[in-house]
Design a protein. Structure first.
Length: 412
């Protein structure tokens, strides 16, 4: 952390919190870095009265590509996209009030701010958060406002919660938020299937102890205030077993896009805990663009299977394996790297304007998740990618790639 960053953090924490006498805790028992560093600092009374919480995390890491390309990009591997370059992937802040689910109406909400090399993936239309930090100022570090919504709880039946505003989507197992993911890197499906955020109205109803339904309307994909007349259906139907050891869900986003016909993505996912310390996840995902102009009006599709197996050694250490097959049937999704403006992966090379080539992409990632403290997590991993038709790696020269990556997350 630079000198200027330390000064900013100190000033910010001084302005937000007030001191009061409190009993110090052992480091292992502290909930976050703030509590560990300032054990006598408490939230101001007005935040307690409003049930407001403020927190976040910093996620910093590095990736090493053993088949490094001359442009230093790790091919279509998303977010950890540069080799041998230390990065702050996420400096994340959350201000939130959770709704109280009881027999009374309640109002809550959430506001997220993301700075770092991951921020571009969570940005929406130009009129919202794109361009807050011009590329002339910073090539890889951006600022995003991925969530800003109010939530209303109505004591109707078993309880109806409705989000109104800007929020993350429902069709991904993995998340933009680093603390929600086992691995540092992301699946190809997460990176290339889309979408990440929506703006609209999203009610969720708890049918009973086992079933939950979410269904609402949103203004397309990754949009806030452009094309406000284009509305899509966003929904999810979920089931959880009585013992909470198994859950399954189906999620879908569908509707016309600005100057495009219907675009649909849906996922089916099942998660299961087995034996004593094992967990498994299996997900099928499919995307369809009707009358795709990239293929002269032909319907295009992309689809795949993502599988995860986790073994929890104890509360501090776990191991995980991710295997994935992703098919870009018509060469309309994958690019030579994940940055805006990158060329489609084709049979000629990244300097060409040729259309993308249809190909299958495979990926295996073996990783660990070690949390020596409740608020510190280290995630080393070894990852192998290959494509059966496309020269997707080493700036269009190779069909496979081996990487090692690791990061550390500190929550505050």
């Amino acid at each position: 952390m630079t000198r200027h960053t330390r000064i900013a953090v100190a000033l910010f924490s001084t302005g937000l919190f007030v001191c009061s006498v409190a009993e110090s805790k052992a480091l292992r028992d502290t909930a976050n870095a703030w509590e560990a560093a300032f054990p006598t600092v408490q939230k101001p009374q007005w935040m307690k009265d409003l049930d407001l919480t403020f927190g976040g995390w910093i996620d910093a890491g590095i990736a090493t590509n053993f088949n490094a390309s001359p442009d230093n990009f790790n091919g279509p591997v998303g977010l950890i996209d540069r080799t041998a370059e230390p990065r702050i992937s996420q400096l994340y802040f959350v201000l939130e009030r959770l709704v109280k689910k009881s027999d009374a109406w309640d109002i809550g909400g959430r506001f997220d701010v993301l700075y770092g090399t991951d921020a571009f993936i969570a940005q929406s239309t130009n009129n919202w958060d794109k361009g807050l930090i011009p590329t002339s100022v910073s090539r890889f570090y951006n600022l995003a406002l991925p969530q800003l919504y109010a939530e209303v709880y109505a004591p109707l039946g078993n309880g109806l919660s409705t989000k109104v505003g800007h929020f993350y989507g429902l069709t991904n197992y993995e998340s933009v938020m680093a603390t929600k993911n086992f691995f540092y890197s992301h699946s190809m499906s997460f990176m290339w299937d889309g979408p990440f955020t929506h703006t609209g109205v999203l009610p969720t109803y708890q049918i009973d102890d086992n079933f939950e339904l979410t269904a609402g309307g949103v203004m397309g994909w990754n949009n806030v205030n452009a094309y406000m007349s284009v509305w899509n259906f966003l929904g999810k139907f979920g089931w959880t077993s009585d013992d909470k050891g198994t859950n399954a869900s189906f999620a879908i986003i569908t509707g016309d896009q600005p100057n495009l016909d219907n675009l649909t993505r849906y996922t089916f996912r099942i998660e299961h805990k087995f034996l004593t310390n094992w967990e498994g996840v299996l997900q099928w995902t499919n995307g369809i663009q009707q009358n795709d102009p990239l293929r002269n009006g032909k319907d295009t599709s992309w689809y795949g299977i993502q599988s995860y197996v986790f073994y929890n050694v104890d509360d501090e250490l776990a191991f995980g394996l991710r295997g994935e097959w992703q098919r870009d049937q018509d060469g309309v999704r994958f690019r030579y790297n994940d940055r805006p403006g990158s060329a489609p992966i084709n049979a000629v090379g990244p300097a060409s304007s040729a259309p993308g080539i249809g190909s299958s992409y495979y990926e295996f990632t073996l990783g660990a998740r070690w949390s020596p403290l409740k608020w510190v997590t280290v995630r080393p991993e070894l990852r192998y990618d290959w494509a059966d038709q496309a020269n997707a790696f080493d700036a269009g020269k190779r069909q496979d790639q081996l990487m090692f990556a690791t990061d550390i997350i500190v929550q505050y």
